[in-house]
Design a protein around this ligand. Sequence first.
Ligand SMILES: [Zn+2]
Length: 206
Amino acid sequence: MKNILNFKKMVVVVFIATIVSGLFFNMRTAYAAEYVLYGKKMTGGIGNYGNNPRYYWMSSYFNTSAKKKPVTDAMYMWNYSNGTGAWTPLMFYNSAQQYGCILDIHKVSGRPGIGAETTWFTWKGQSVVPERNNWDWCKIEVTNLYQAANSTKQKGTMVHEIGHVLGLAHNDTFPNGGTVMRWMYADTMSKGPTLNDFKGINRLYK
Ligand SMILES: [Zn+2]
């Protein structure tokens, strides 16, 4: 009788352990989104492997190389896949004139607690909800908080906002590296777009 009880106990323990590990695994699987997309994307593509490059413009705030560098460095990492081995159609060049650009980058005042914001637009200048409609061009606005940050944080912020421009939504799957699309900036975040981020780009544009 004692042995039978022990056996029963063991069966129960094993059974519970199976359920718990199963749940744990399923939860991990369910949350391990490589990327999260808004659902819509930029019209006209993102550069067609450099055959039809898109252009971005920086406002007069970005009048020194120190101010320009976090932006150009961020775009460089997106263009050349940040050493991840990914191959995407992405190619954005900087232009000195706003006309013809599909990304404008401005500096604004106010908006306490916010480092930068992206807005999506149609050619007619109507703002777009990226879950509902494709967009023709975007605006990134950086704030005083961005201005006060060091260049590493500025670059990380710009990498993140460009992700929004391209169609990536926030992704809090990965606690540290894994994506630059975390909701809150963290020093532990990847310094440049990751393979997961590029997979999201290719899902939209390839
Ligand atoms: Zn964001």
